[in-house]
Design a protein around this ligand. Sequence first.
Ligand code: HEC
Length: 100
Amino acid sequence: MKSLAFAAGPVLAALAFAAPACAQEAGPAHPGRAVVLSKCFQCHTDAMFRDHRQDRRGWEATVYRMIGRGALWTPEEIKLMADYLGADYGTSAKPAAAPR
Ligand code: HEC
């Protein structure tokens, strides 16, 4: 199971690179994006977190939870990833729900 995840990782990473348009406005990609793509896929694909929506603080907590699971990252990498995840996977990144 684990080896399968490792084999699928690069393919899914390539797909994630190929489809940035719906997640982001035009313009340079957030500098944290490349860090997330290179770091988070070390253990699992983005299937583990792409449907999560939480603010930057929540993502920072998630990142630290992964450190508890064995990830080794610098404070700078942690900051970049939390910034990026909070921006692109934040609570306001959700398509606006129809007002009720
Ligand atoms: C050191 C390995 C490792 C790395 C690197 C890693 N994760 Fe995880 N992650 C795990 C493990 C182990 C689980 C639990 C898997 C399970 O429950 O089946 C998990 C689960 C998750 C979950 C769901 C459960 C929870 O605790 O919220 C999210 C969200 C998540 N990871 C996000 C991320 C993000 C974002 C990154 C990059 C910043 C990342 N992971 C990098 C090991 C890692």
